[in-house]
Design a protein around this ligand. Structure first.
Ligand SMILES: [Zn+2]
Length: 478
């Protein structure tokens, strides 16, 4: 059986992300800081001065208003007269609205139903009963199983105090997200047969699902530390429960067997029944405040004591993961769910360099996701250096494939390296979709896979590396 890996995707519903924090940041980002300062100054002026300014502004404003009105009228006439202009304008608008509605629908429906719809869609696209078909070099390869590793994100926030609303998002317990996801996976297995029609023998499930646990060490105490806001929870306990038996997996084969043996259709809805091998790895999300290497008080700590405690927690996490071969995926691009401006520094590969340069952590099994993002060449270069230096560091190309041209760009990037380095680099890149976030720029999951399946920028052998071999290695399954 050939297995296709989508090692970077998300399964969440509308209650999971911290929408208020994102909206707040989007607005403060959109408005230049200078403008905000002027507005604040203007508000503080005495009433007489304000009235005087309004009066002075009134006359030019009237002129501007007239100009806008005339331009608007001309545009409306053009719009009515020329159908082609009309089609272009309404087309763009419609596409944007449709993508947003599509993303909302997928987040609003049950996670189980979302998975069933994905299977229905793929089976229609790539001929019923087969799975995904990749093409290249006048050949094709059929993958009849898809492993999805949905990444949970720890949205719990400690900086809610900055909010001026009477009610605040004080904690977002990861428990609810974990339970929703595992219920969704269970329902996928329980109810898919009523939707996936087959004549004769039933079609086996297309998906095998192994989630990544989302952790922000900042939201936990390690142990015996003083109480901080939110529900008390201990990092040590969390890791010990969810990755209890990972130390016994002495070979990748054992890891794969133990993960596959978990019967996900039997989940009873209680987080207490989730145990070892229900998660395959750990996801950290620096733009939400996870700091890979706390080193300065200015990074948002109150004193040396707090800084020391935060460092201790990340070091505990890295040691724990290295000892048990647990993969960590870290969001590593300039965009994403940005909650605080300074958190961008945490996401940077230059920050991760501080971790990897420590001899005790250079074996960390780490995926620096998104290959640094399309806009940051310096980040991409730095990650490429890591891929060549550190055996267990990988990157993924999730989200980027919403644009089919990205694969030719990737080829160009790789071709700059000498034959030997190129060969080593392509063994460190992993396929990922970033579904459902990618729906902001693409209509369907199957279209994302289709772009990858059909691109001529990669050979069939290279495609197999990205969607199978490299993913297996990173996940400690081969
Ligand atoms: Zn993602």
């Amino acid at each position: 059986m050939a297995v296709f890996f989508d090692s970077h995707c998300h399964m969440m519903n509308l209650s999971h992300p911290n929408l208020t924090a994102m909206i707040k940041r989007t607005f403060s980002e959109a408005m230049p800081k200078k403008l905000i300062r002027y507005i604040e100054k203007a508000v503080a002026l005495p009433l007489v001065v304000k009235i005087l300014i309004c009066f002075l502004l009134f006359l030019p404003l009237l002129v501007i208003l007239l100009i806008v009105l005339v331009v608007g009228l001309i545009a409306a006439v053009l719009f009515l007269l020329f159908p082609s202009a009309r089609r272009v304008l309404t087309g763009i608008l419609k596409e944007q609205v449709a993508n947003t509605m599509n993303l909302l629908a997928v987040m609003e429906t049950d996670i189980g139903d979302c998975l069933i719809q994905l299977e229905e869609e793929l089976r229609n696209k790539f001929e019923t009963r087969r799975g995904v078909i990749l093409y290249g070099d006048c050949e094709e390869k059929v993958y009849d199983k898809i492993v999805l590793t949905p990444l949970i994100m720890d949205f719990g926030l400690k900086n809610y105090k900055e909010s001026k609303s009477p009610y605040k998002v004080r904690w977002k317990p990861i428990v609810a997200q974990v339970e929703d996801l595992f219920l969704g996976i269970r329902d996928y297995y329980l109810y898919r047969e009523s939707y996936i029609k087959s004549t004769g023998t039933p079609v086996p499930p297309l998906f095998e699902i192994h989630p990544f646990m989302g952790i922000n060490t900042r939201n936990y105490r390690l142990k015996s530390f003083p109480f901080i806001d939110g529900p008390p929870s201990l990092l040590e306990d969390l890791l010990a429960t969810n990755f209890r038996d990972f130390a016994d997996d002495t070979t990748p084969e054992m890891r794969y067997r133990n993960l596959s043996q978990r019967d996900r259709s039997k989940f009873d809805g209680n987080i207490k029944s989730i145990g070892s091998h229900d998660f395959i790895g750990i996801k950290v999300y620096p733009p939400l405040g996870f700091n890979p290497w706390p080193e300065k008080i200015e990074e948002g700590y109150t004193d040396d004591g707090e800084l020391k405690r935060e460092r201790e927690k990340v070091e505990y996490l890295y040691n724990f993961c290295i000892e048990r071969n647990i993969p960590i995926t870290a969001h590593c691009s300039d965009g994403g769910f940005l909650v605080d401006q300074k958190y961008r520094e945490f996401a940077s590969p230059f920050k991760w360099a501080k971790v990897l340069e420590q001899q005790k952590y250079n074996k960390l099994r780490l995926n620096l996701a998104h290959f640094g993002g399309v806009e940051r060449d310096d980040w991409r270069e730095r990650i490429a250096e890591f891929l060549l230096i550190y055996d267990n560091v990988y990157t993924d190309i999730s989200y980027q494939g919403v644009d089919e041209k990205i694969y030719s760009k990737l080829k160009l990037f790789l071709d700059r390296f000498g034959a030997d380095e190129r060969k080593r680099l392509i063994r460190k890149i992993i396929f990922g979709s970033d579904f459902m976030i990618n729906l902001m720029n693409i209509e369907k999951y199957s279209t994302y896979l289709e772009y990858f399946a059909e691109t001529e920028a990669l050979t069939l052998v290279e495609k197999e590396l990205l969607c199978h071999t490299n993913a297996m290695k990173f996940l400690y399954l081969a």
